[in-house]
Design a protein around this ligand. Sequence first.
Ligand SMILES: [Zn+2]
Length: 453
Amino acid sequence: MKLYNTLVREKQEFKPIKENKVGIYSCGPTVYWNQHIGNMYAFLSWDILVRVLRYLDYDVTWVMNITDVGHNTSDADSGEDKMEKGAKREGLTSWEIAKKYEEQFIDSLDKLNIITPNFLPKATEHIEEQINLAKKLEKRGFTYKTKTGLVFDTSKFSDYDKFANLRLEELESGSRVEVDEDKKNPWDFLLWITNQPNHIMKWQSPWGEGFPGWHLECTAMSTKYLGETFDIHTGGIEHIGVHHSNEIAQGFGAFGHNTAKFWVHNAWLTLKEGKMSKSLGNVYTIQQLEEMGYDPLFFRYLVLSSHYRNGLVFSLESLKAAKTALNKLRSYKTDQISQVNLDFKNEFVEAISNDLAMPEAMAIVWKVIKSDLNPEEKWATILDFDKVLGLNLSEVSDVSFQISDEIAKLIEDRQKARETKNWAESDRLRKIIKNKGYLVEDLGNTCKIRPIK
Ligand SMILES: [Zn+2]
């Protein structure tokens, strides 16, 4: 298996630290607002990574944190605390905001058939671990104190700029609203923040009452669940410059080495019409897509057609095309299945092992469908691939896979005719539907259709 490792800026052969076991840590959501399809793109990418490794028989432990304290509107120490901002916006407490948006996030995972991570630790439930890590950094001489709190001294870690190819001299604080003006360097970062009288979430610490900085939680929780050295750390490309550079610095400070062997990053979902913005009304959540009549798995299918390092240009047209494709794929379901075709399986394994080349893997799916294998062998092979694709193909019901948009519209029109007791029209539509290959059976106020074999 090859994976693109941001540490070396190239694809590397992936070898787990412990034979057959893989530990993965993914930077999770900050639960101050709805997670939209752009956020979910990242989590889907890592779900695919976990599924691929499990398909290749690795025993994977997947940890994803939930940030419910300490993340500012900028990833650095400037701007407002996101949780407090959400609380002000909605007239709720930070705790209520965290609960509300954690639920929305979990619901989105569920709807997209994203595997539940083995651990979903929350920052507020790991305050002690974070304090202990900060103490360790302090003891090892990587910190200094200011009026605002305990700061990580990046000058003590000579490779600080290496991971992100940062040009530190260009990182001026400029117009940023710095929380801490006493820092020696603008890119030094707060591990523990004190003296914020208006901040609601607060805990006691050796540096005074306060709360942890965002970067601290990921190093504290990844190493708690996966050990001081683990296999893969994932995140978005936006994390490279600040968040992950800081995590790497914390790892060196506390343990004397990088905590993760592979740092893997996804590019972004962007919109065809440009920027996603709340005022343009184009920031979709999975729940909204569902309300608009789209099965969330159509979105999953669309994401499978992209490579995580290229990102995805989203539009409703592309979502509709994904809908047509997935419904078509579902229509190949057979009642019985035979054996998995090993030639196609080998091709599929080759694609997914090459830095998760999902567009190629999806091309192999359609190659199977168009091949001259018998239908039962095709479906057995596709169901096997679905362990990676996660399209829930084993649960395709007899009805959902057979109805095209056209048939669905005819059925709907016929239902309307029946509601107005227009029996002649209802009969006429029944005949049209029959000519298109389906029998309609009326059941009280609803109906059932089945294909004419
Ligand atoms: Zn993180």
